[in-house]
Each structure stands twice: as structure tokens, then as C-alpha cells.
Design a protein. Structure first.
Length: 202
């Protein structure tokens, strides 16, 4: 059985090294390639990749602009967009271009590894527009949770969502935790990314 192949695309060597250590410690039988730019990534000496971790902010061609080129070279690979900042517009654009997940650099190594492992195990995972109906049905949210999710995706804090819906911050926190569980994600940014991918919000 061939190893699971990763390509880490980030112009910060230290971040690439850190992610490589997390992957090596948490997964078995893997092969890791690294690149500091889209141009360098496209010269990676392999015809098959399982997953690409792609930083949004790159020198030269940025991560979002490079998605199409990467998908053309490795059409079967799953693409995870990585960013230090959560930008709803960047998330929307990444989805439209075919990314599968969003990971914040602020996440813990365990949470990042959990997201990557779940994506590798999910053979039905698909970019925006090709999500299965079962994936949408699996996210069973109440009408109130849908309201919270919509405001969360607008970047509002729990306190601000509570004021908007006339609910306590503690109640909102409970709704957010339920939303994360329903969407099988570990952070607010991932919840926003996944809900757009599943068509749960506009």
C-alpha cells in the first residue's frame, strides 16, 4: 500500500516544519513534500497527492489563485486552506475554487490533526457544489441554531450574537458547541466554512 502523500505549501519554513512534525507524530506511513510557493509546488516530483495544505498568503501567486493550478495537476487531492486570519470573503472564494476545508493557524496541533484525519477518512468529501445530500442531512440544526450559525458566519462574537437574538452569552455558547458537534468540526472558522460548503447558509 502506498504512503499517504502530503504537500505543505507555505512560505514560512518554521510553520511547514511544525506541521510536518504534527503529521509525522500523528499519522503512519506518510510522505511529506514541502514548497514555499505555488510555482515551487507545481514542480513537486510526484504524480499523486492525497492532501494539500495551502496557505492563503503566499509570495507571488497567492493560495486562492493557485487552487485551480493545483487541482489541474492533482485532481484527486483534497485541498485544505490554511490562514492565520479568518476572512469570510476568502473562505467563500476558497470554496468556490474547490477547497475542501479551512484550518486556522491558531488551532491546536491536535485539532488540526483531527480535521486532517477526518478529511482523509471521508472518501465522500467534495468541494462546494458536489456535496452529498446525506452530508447536509447529517447536520441537523434547530431553527435557533441556524440563526446562531448565520450570525457566527458574519463574524459576530457570542456576546454580539446574544444581544442580536436577546439570549444570554452562555446560551449562545451552548448553541455554538452544538453546531460544532453537528457539523463535525472543531472551530468557529471551520463551522463557517463547512456550513457554506453544505449550503446551510447563503
Amino acid at each position: 500500500m502506498s504512503p499517504t502523500r502530503f504537500l505543505l505549501i507555505d512560505d514560512h519554513t518554521l510553520f511547514r516544519s511544525g506541521i510536518a512534525m504534527v503529521l509525522t507524530a500523528g499519522l503512519k506511513d506518510i510522505e511529506i513534500f514541502e514548497a514555499a510557493s505555488i510555482a515551487e509546488a507545481l514542480r513537486t516530483p510526484t504524480d499523486t497527492l492525497d492532501l494539500l495544505l495551502l496557505d492563503v498568503q503566499l509570495q507571488g501567486l497567492n493560495g486562492l489563485e493557485g487552487i485551480a493550478l493545483l487541482k489541474r495537476k492533482w485532481p484527486e487531492a483534497k485541498i485544505v486552506v490554511v490562514s492565520a486570519l479568518y476572512d469570510p470573503e476568502a473562505v467563500r472564494e476558497a470554496l468556490e475554487r474547490g477547497a475542501h476545508r479551512f484550518i486556522s493557524k491558531a488551532q491546536t496541533p491536535d485539532a488540526m490533526l483531527e480535521t486532517i484525519t477526518a478529511l482523509l477518512d471521508d472518501h465522500s468529501a467534495a468541494p462546494e457544489g458536489t456535496s452529498s445530500a446525506s452530508a447536509v442531512r447529517s447536520a441537523k440544526l434547530t431553527p435557533r441554531q441556524c440563526e446562531v450559525l448565520d450570525l457566527l458566519c458574519q463574524g459576530l462574537s457570542n456576546k454580539m450574537i446574544g444581544r442580536r437574538l436577546n439570549l444570554s452569552e452562555n446560551t449562545i455558547r451552548g448553541h455554538v458547541q452544538a453546531i460544532l458537534a453537528a457539523l463535525q468540526v472543531s472551530s468557529r472558522s471551520e463551522a463557517a466554512f463547512m456550513s457554506r460548503r453544505l449550503g446551510l447558509i447563503g
